[in-house]
Structure formats: structure tokens, C-alpha cells
Design a protein around this ligand. Structure first.
Ligand code: PFF
Length: 457
């Protein structure tokens, strides 16, 4: 087998399409919904600091490894890992990384579609003016009305999955490539518009203080585990989505530079979203920054409902969230679609239908965990909490650990040199040291202490 495989799915037209697609995958509900409420729950500044450390010290090197494996294999993560393992003459068990990743992607998509469905519902609620003059109680009531209604949740979940399918079914260039070339610039313009609104109409300095004031006392091991899990989740790493996109990256693009741009965009959007949300929340009396998952769907709509022009801005904001979620969700679906096409000879359409149907059924568990199945918990986790914790805090860090160790120790050097010829001397030594020692040590340590803190303290 040659070192560089050929792709049956096509390749992006340019490095920029890859950057837009990877940023589209990275920037999503994780940045706009999860980052603000988790940072809020864990006290702000110190958490944000650890999050950024994880993004740049662990996330960027691991993401480079993923793109490298993907581009060298030019196939779905499962087959790209197989290619890398075979060409390197490494132990076959490394191949489970691809399987774990593709499975995790489908699990994430199952709950992601439900939450993205909430955002779709809120676009309509905002546009209809349901939240004009609403206080916290009214907004909480409207949110409960939505989450207590399984049918309404299923309608939106289905609509969102249909949106994903429409894109992925068209293929790599025409579908995913075209979608991100339209959606991502739109997303950035809308985000900057929202930021200007937040600076002039919100309490920007309070938001800044909250996100950047370093208070070490809030840094428990649990908080550090959450920060690392969130870094992996928001970067879409540890599970093959970026590996799948790497398979479509032009051969001459520099992996290191490209990945750095994606990580910069990703963390910038998380921070800007945090600044927008907290500016608006702090400008509205009686709302807590640590409101949890409801921060975006309860606290924020109250703020919008009570501002001049707030409903229009609110509708734009939730459209923005939907776009971010959409461009991420397609990267959760694409790896499995590519694999079914390669391994089972399925057409793109058939692969999409089969997978979306399976994801839809699994998503019903999340739908029900907000209403009739609310009390069905294991170790305090509802079905949704369990899937969220399992994927972000367990599978993604473990996937990242395995990818680091594989690339650091087991992968043939010739593949690495072929894929990142620009990484030379001290940079190459530093990158390998991170993959071999720093990332594995940090991930293991944070993982063990975080789990201990969560379950045994
Ligand atoms: N990065 C996405 C977000 O922040 O919302 C979520 C995600 C997408 C995670 C794709 C993992 C993935 F493979």
C-alpha cells in the first residue's frame, strides 16, 4: 500500500474551504450554548483560562494529528485509521479509534439535533413576539412548555436532521463545501453584528470582568475536566469529524497553519458568544449568569423581550445559533456516511437515510429525557445528561489520548514527514513531545481526577 491513498469522495477546492468546513464543524452549540453556561456555572475567568490552555496546548496538536491521519488515508475515519495502521505496521487494535469516533459522532448528533431544534423553535417564538415584556417566570414557562411537549420537540428535531441530510446528500464539494462557503461568512457577519449590539445595549464591561477575572478558588478538578471536555467538544476533536474533513483537504495546504486558524476562530467565537450573552444577561436585573442550560433559552429571551428592537435581534441571534449548529451537525453525519459508502457500497442517499433514521430513533431518548422520562436517571444523569457526559467528557478525551499516542509512538515517520514537511527542527520536536508525553499525561491526569471529583467526592 502506498503512503498516500486516493479519495473516492472528492477534495475541497481550496485550503479555505477546508478552513471554513473545519471551523463550521468546530463552531456550534458547544461555543454558543454550552461554553457560556458552563463557564457561568464554573465561575468564569479561571475556567476560561484553563479552557484556552486546553485548546491551544492539547487541542491544536491533537487536531493536527487527526487532519494528518485523515489526509494520508483520504477516506472515512474508520478506513483512514486502517490505512495509517497498515502502512505503519502498527497493532490492529489502534483501529478502534476510528470506530469509536464514528459511533460517538452519531451519538452526539442524536442529542445535538434536539437542542438545535430548540433554537429553531425560538426563531419562531421570537419572530412571533411571544416574549415581549416577558419576565423570568414567563420565559421559564415558555421554555418548559417547549421541553414538556415531546411532539413539538420531535417536529423540530426532524426538521433539523432533514436540514443536515439535504447538505450531506449532495456530497463533499457541492453539498458540504458549498454550504460552508455560504453559511460561515453569514455566521461571522451576524456574530459581529450581535457583538456591536451587545457593546452598545448590554453591560459589556461586566461581561468582560466575568469572563476574564481570574479567581483560582473556582478551579476544582471537576471544573478542569469540564474545561478539557469542552475544549475537545468545541474543537470537534477526539472522534474523527476533523479526520473525515482532513481526508478532503488539498495535498499542498499546510496542516499546522490551517489548524491554528481553525482553533483561533473557534475560541474567538466561544469568547465572543460569551461576551454577547453575558453583556445582555448582566444588563437585565434579576438574571443569574450560572443559570445552566436554560441560560440561552430562558435568561437571554427575557433580556431580548425587554429591549427596544430586542425581538428582531433575538430572532437573528437564534438564526445564528441554528446556522452554527447546522454546519457542525453535517460534520457529525459525514464520517459515517463516507464509511457506509466505502464499506457497504451504499449510495450517498441510502447511507444518509439509514443513518439519519438511526440517529432520529436514538434522539427520541433525549426528547423524552426532558419530559416523561425526566425522572429516569442513572447516577443522577438523565438520558441526555448521560450521553452528553459520556461523549464530551469520556469518549472525546479518550479518543484524543489514543490519537496522540498512536501518532506519537506508532505511526510511521515517513507518513508524518510526507504530510507536514513544513514542521521542522524544534517545532517538530515540540509537537511530538506534546503528542507523546504532554497531552497523554494531561488528559489522563485531568480525566482521573475529574471522574473522582464527580463521582466520589
Ligand atoms: N464542535 C461542535 C460544537 O462546538 O458545537 C460539536 C461537535 C461537532 C463535536 C462535531 C464533535 C464533532 F465531531
Amino acid at each position: 500500500m502506498g503512503l498516500q491513498a486516493k479519495s473516492m469522495h472528492g477534495v475541497w477546492v481550496s485550503r479555505w474551504t477546508f478552513i471554513l468546513a473545519a471551523t463550521g464543524s468546530a463552531v456550534g452549540l458547544g461555543n454558543m450554548w454550552k461554553f457560556p453556561y458552563v463557564a457561568g456555572s464554573f465561575g468564569g475567568g479561571a475556567f476560561v483560562f484553563v479552557y484556552l490552555l486546553c485548546v491551544f496546548l492539547i487541542g491544536v496538536p491533537v487536531m493536527m494529528a487527526e487532519v494528518l491521519i485523515g489526509r494520508s488515508g483520504r477516506q472515512s475515519p474508520i478506513n483512514a485509521m486502517r490505512h495509517a495502521v497498515t502502512v505503519s505496521g502498527a497493532a490492529q487494535h489502534w483501529r478502534c479509534v476510528g470506530w469509536l469516533g464514528v459511533t460517538a459522532g452519531l451519538i452526539i448528533l442524536s442529542f445535538y439535533a434536539v437542542i438545535a431544534g430548540w433554537a429553531l423553535d425560538y426563531v419562531v417564538q421570537m419572530a412571533r413576539g411571544n416574549l415581549i415584556g416577558a419576565d423570568g417566570e414567563v420565559a421559564a414557562g415558555l421554555f418548559a412548555e417547549l421541553t414538556n411537549n415531546p411532539l413539538r420537540l420531535i417536529v423540530w428535531q426532524t426538521a433539523f436532521l432533514a436540514l443536515c441530510m439535504v447538505v450531506v446528500v449532495r456530497g463533499v464539494r457541492k453539498g458540504v463545501g458549498t454550504a460552508v462557503e455560504i453559511l460561515m461568512p453569514l455566521l461571522f457577519v451576524m456574530l459581529l453584528g450581535m457583538l456591536v449590539f451587545a457593546v452598545f445595549k448590554g453591560d459589556f464591561s461586566a461581561a468582560w470582568q466575568f469572563l476574564f477575572r481570574f479567581d483560582a478558588s473556582s478551579l476544582t478538578w471537576r471544573a478542569i475536566l469540564e474545561a478539557m471536555g469542552l475544549a475537545f467538544f468545541t474543537l470537534s476533536i477526539g472522534m474523527g469529524a476533523i479526520m473525515a474533513y482532513g481526508a478532503y483537504m488539498p495535498a499542498n495546504a499546510s496542516i499546522g497553519q490551517t489548524v491554528l486558524v481553525v482553533a483561533l476562530f473557534d475560541s474567538l467565537v466561544a469568547i465572543i458568544s460569551g461576551l454577547i450573552i453575558f453583556s445582555i444577561v448582566f444588563a437585565t436585573p434579576g438574571i443569574e449568569p450560572s443559570a445552566g442550560p436554560g441560560l440561552m433559552f430562558i435568561s437571554l429571551p427575557v433580556a431580548f423581550g425587554n429591549m427596544p428592537g430586542g425581538l428582531l435581534v433575538g430572532a437573528v441571534f437564534f438564526i445564528l445559533v441554528v446556522i452554527a449548529a447546522w454546519s457542525s451537525a453535517i460534520s457529525l453525519l459525514e464520517p459515517a456516511v463516507a464509511w457506509l459508502m466505502e464499506a457497504q457500497n451504499y449510495s450517498r442517499l441510502k447511507a444518509n437515510v439509514v443513518l439519519v433514521a438511526a440517529v432520529w430513533v436514538l434522539g427520541l431518548g433525549t426528547v423524552l429525557s426532558f419530559n416523561v422520562g425526566r425522572d429516569a436517571t442513572i447516577a443522577g444523569f438523565t438520558f441526555f445528561d448521560a450521553l452528553d457526559f459520556l461523549t464530551a467528557n469520556i469518549i472525546l478525551p479518550l479518543g484524543g489520548l489514543a490519537i496522540s499516542l498512536f501518532t506519537g509512538f506508532a505511526m510511521r515517520k515517513a507518513i508524518i514527514e510526507e504530510q507536514i514537511p513544513e514542521l521542522k527542527g524544534a517545532w517538530m520536536t515540540a509537537w511530538r513531545a506534546v503528542l507523546c508525553y504532554v497531552a497523554p499525561f494531561a488528559i489522563t491526569c485531568i480525566f482521573v481526577m475529574g471522574i473522582y471529583d464527580k463521582f466520589f467526592l
